[in-house]
Design a protein around this ligand. Structure first.
Ligand code: BEZ
Length: 391
C-alpha cells in the first residue's frame, strides 16, 4: 500500500482544525425538567436560576457560548429513559441538567453513566445517585432526601423555642423514592432523639386525596406530623391540614419543600410552620441579597430554593469549564474541578463530597408572611453518608 504523506498530513490538519473548532463553538446544555404537572413550577425555577447565572457571565462559561435544548419529563419515571435519550442521542447535548423527581433522575443517572455524559442534578434527592450509582461525571447542586429530613427529625425530637420536643410522630408522604427516603431520614434522627414514629401514611404520587389520611391523623392524635410533599401537592396538603383543624393542635413539620415556592398559594395555612432546608429566603448575606434582587428584576418573581439550585448547577459547570478553558475533551480535569470547587451560593458557601453531593448547612426556618425565615442552623456542614458509593 502506498503511503501518501501529503494527503495524510492534510487530513490530520483538517481533523485538528475540526477538533479545535468543536472546542470553541457553543456548548449544548440539555434541561430535562418537569414543565407540566405538580412539579412544573420547580422545573421552571431551576431553568431560570441556571440561565440567570449564565447571563451574568455574558452568556458564556469557560469562554464558550451556552445553548439550551429542553425536554418536559412530566415527572414521569416510565418515560425517563426515552426522554433522556432524546437529549443524548438526538440532540447530542454536552451536559444534562435534571431532574426534579427522584424516579426520573435515577433513569437519567443510569443513562449518563452508560453514555458517559456529564450530568448535573439540580434537585432530585434520590440516595442512589450519589450512592451505588455515583460516578465522576455525575454531580448534584441540591441535596439528598436524607439531609433536610434528618435535620428535621433532630429538631422535632429536641423541640425549638416554644415548641416542646415530640415523642410520638406520624409521617405522611407520596409513595416513591423521595417520600420514602425522606421519611427514613426523619425517623432515623427522631428515634435517635428518643421519639417514636407510630404510623407511616402514604398515597401514590402525585395524588392529593388527603381526607382519609387526615382523619386517621386526627384519630391517632400524635405530638407531631412529618410530611414530604412539594409543588402543587404541598400547597394542597398544607391547606387541607389547616382546614381539617389539625394545625391548631398537632404541629406539622417537613423538609422545606413543603413551604418553598408555595407560600403565596398556601396563605394563612402555612403561617408559623417550621421546616428544615439548605436555604432560607432572608439569609442576609451580600450573595443572597444580590441573587434575589437580580432574580426579581429578571423574572418579576421571588427566587426560591429551586432557583438557587439551578443557579448553583450553572456555577458548578462553570468551575469545571473554567478549569479546562472550555475544552470538553479534558474530561478528567473538568469533572475533578467540578468536585474541588467551593460554591459561593445564595444559600451560603458549600463544598462537594467525593460522592458528588453538597456538604452544606441545613437551616431551621419559620414561615412569616411570604417568606421562609431563617431561625437557626439545625445542622452545620451536613454530609450525606453516601452509602454504597465506591468512588
Ligand atoms: C424528589 O423527587 O427527589 C424531590 C422532588 C421535589 C422536591 C424534593 C425532592
Amino acid at each position: 500500500m502506498r503511503f501518501d504523506f501529503k494527503t495524510t498530513a492534510l487530513a490530520a490538519v483538517a481533523l485538528c482544525a475540526l477538533g479545535a473548532q468543536a472546542q470553541t463553538g457553543p456548548i449544548k446544555v440539555g434541561f430535562m425538567l418537569p414543565y407540566t404537572g405538580t412539579y412544573a413550577s420547580l422545573g421552571n425555577m431551576i431553568e431560570s436560576g441556571f440561565k440567570l447565572y449564565v447571563q451574568q457571565q455574558g452568556g458564556r462559561l469557560g469562554g464558550r457560548e451556552i445553548q439550551y435544548v429542553k425536554v418536559d419529563d412530566e415527572s414521569e419515571p416510565a418515560k425517563g429513559t426515552d426522554n433522556v435519550n432524546k437529549l443524548i442521542k438526538r440532540d447530542h447535548v454536552d451536559v444534562l441538567v435534571g431532574s426534579v423527581h427522584s424516579g426520573v433522575a435515577l433513569a437519567m443517572a443510569k443513562a449518563a453513566k452508560d453514555n458517559d455524559t456529564l450530568l448535573i442534578v439540580p434537585n432530585a434527592g434520590a440516595a442512589a445517585i450519589t450512592g451505588p450509582l455515583c460516578a465522576a461525571n455525575i454531580v448534584r447542586s441540591s441535596f439528598t432526601n436524607w439531609q433536610p429530613a434528618y435535620a428535621m427529625g433532630k429538631v422535632a425530637a429536641e423541640g425549638f423555642g416554644q415548641r416542646k420536643g415530640a415523642k410520638r410522630a406520624i409521617t405522611i408522604t407520596w409513595n416513591y423514592a423521595a417520600g420514602t427516603e425522606s421519611v427514613k431520614g426523619f425517623t432515623e434522627a427522631f428515634e435517635q432523639g428518643g421519639g417514636k414514629v407510630v404510623k407511616e401514611l402514604s398515597l401514590p404520587f402525585p395524588g392529593v386525596e388527603f381526607q382519609a389520611l387526615l382523619t386517621e391523623i386526627a384519630a391517632q392524635k400524635p405530638d407531631a406530623v412529618y410530611a414530604f410533599f412539594a409543588g402543587g401537592g404541598a400547597v394542597k396538603f398544607v391547606k387541607d391540614y389547616a382546614a381539617a383543624g389539625l394545625s391548631k393542635t398537632i404541629p406539622l413539620y417537613g423538609p422545606g419543600f413543603l413551604t418553598d415556592g408555595t407560600l403565596e398559594a398556601q396563605g394563612a395555612a402555612a403561617q408559623g410552620m417550621l421546616t428544615t432546608l439548605h436555604y432560607a429566603d432572608n439569609l442576609d448575606t451580600p450573595r443572597n441579597n444580590a441573587f434575589r434582587k437580580a432574580f426579581a428584576l429578571t423574572y418579576k418573581a421571588n427566587a426560591d430554593v429551586y432557583a438557587v439550585q439551578g443557579f448553583d448547577a450553572a456555577q458548578i459547570l462553570s468551575a469545571g469549564l473554567n478549569a479546562v478553558k472550555g475544552d470538553l475533551t479534558q474530561r478528567d480535569a473538568l469533572t475533578a474541578a467540578m468536585r474541588k470547587v467551593t460554591i459561593d451560593s445564595p444559600r451560603g458557601r458549600f463544598t462537594i463530597s467525593p460522592a458528588g453531593n453538597p456538604v452544606q448547612d441545613i437551616y431551621l426556618r419559620e414561615v412569616k408572611g411570604g417568606n421562609n425565615e431563617y431561625r437557626a442552623v439545625a445542622i452545620k456542614a451536613l454530609a450525606d453518608p453516601a452509602r454504597g458509593c465506591k468512588l
